[in-house]
Design a protein around this ligand. Structure first.
Ligand SMILES: [Zn+2]
Length: 297
């Protein structure tokens, strides 16, 4: 799928953004700024399906050095499934779960398909342990939040969390030179909407009055078939969706420790709900933060 390695894909990104992006050696630059952190995002659940309660936007923050390893591990897994043509194997979680005639999943046993989904998630969990890569997810309760588009709500939430993640690294390392880029699975419905939102976030700030100084470019949209990290993001989103929509935590549990966090405080998982009794990891963490704030005041 990527016969000439990561550099080819990096060049493709730069082609997408035209003169704004350049390659210098193995580093990515946009308008002269070093792009070090890449947030790959995908969604799960339908914005419009009234039968579903939740919509999820989620993904993986990778240091650019981690790209090689994620691609390598996922290509190796693809090789175990189809050693003749691993490049044709696309890891798409909902298709693996329910193939509807799609190969190679259709002819695999249910047990092997479940195991494949878990293997993809284990690659993410192992990369998190190895390099500190972490995940972000926004879960929107659509039935309680009907006034806004769940995709737009989730995108603004995750942009803010990604910017804060990079800002914490700047504070820790004492420099603010490394920036982030968001890469999303191709979406005709939302491409220009989300790009316009990012321009507004940088110009006027988010609804929390934050200017996203660590994300210098609009999000890029790529075809999931050509991007293993987007396929990883798809599995993260699907795992979170299964946990909240169906109460099925067998996938979520594999990656639960990978959410962006600081000690017991979870920053990387956002559950937007009016249910004050929710005991999910995000709501428990928020309740703990509020309790500690009250104690200190
Ligand atoms: Zn919750």
């Amino acid at each position: 799928m990527f016969p000439q390695g990561n550099l080819v894909r990096r060049k493709r990104w730069c082609r997408v953004i035209g003169e704004a992006g350049v390659i210098n050696g193995s580093r990515i630059f946009i308008r002269g700024v070093t792009i070090t952190y890449l947030l790959y995002l995908d969604d799960s659940g339908s914005v419009r399906n009234q039968k579903e309660e939740h919509f999820v936007l989620a993904g993986l923050i990778l240091h650019e050095n981690s790209l090689f390893w994620i691609n390598k591990r996922m290509n190796e897994l693809a090789g175990e499934i189809s050693n003749q043509a691993p490049e044709t194997v696309e890891f798409h979680a909902s298709e693996i779960y329910c193939p509807r005639g799609k190969e190679p999943w259709e002819t695999m046993t249910r047990e092997n398909r479940v195991q494949t989904q878990k293997e993809v998630l284990k690659i993410i969990a192992n990369e998190s342990k190895r390099s500190g890569a972490c995940i972000l997810a926004a879960v929107i309760n659509k039935k309680e939040n009907t006034e806004t588009d769940p995709m737009k709500t989730a995108f603004e939430d995750l942009c803010s969390r990604f910017d804060k993640y990079i800002a914490r690294i700047h504070k820790r390392d004492g420099n603010n030179k490394e920036k982030g880029l968001i890469i999303i699975d191709k979406s005709e419905a939302y491409e220009s909407v989300l790009q316009d939102m990012m321009i507004e976030f940088r110009r006027k700030g988010t609804k929390w009055n934050e200017r996203l100084n660590s994300i210098p470019e609009v999000p890029l949209f790529v075809n999931s078939k050509t991007s293993r990290p987007i396929q990883a993001a798809d599995h993260i989103a699907y795992s979170v969706f299964r946990r909240y929509e169906r109460g099925d935590a067998q996938y979520f549990d594999i990656i639960q420790s990978c959410f962006d966090k600081n000690g017991p405080q979870i920053y990387g998982l956002s559950h937007i709900t009016k249910n004050k009794d929710c005991t999910c990891p995000s709501c428990l963490s928020r309740q703990m933060r509020e309790y500690l704030k009250k104690q200190q005041s």
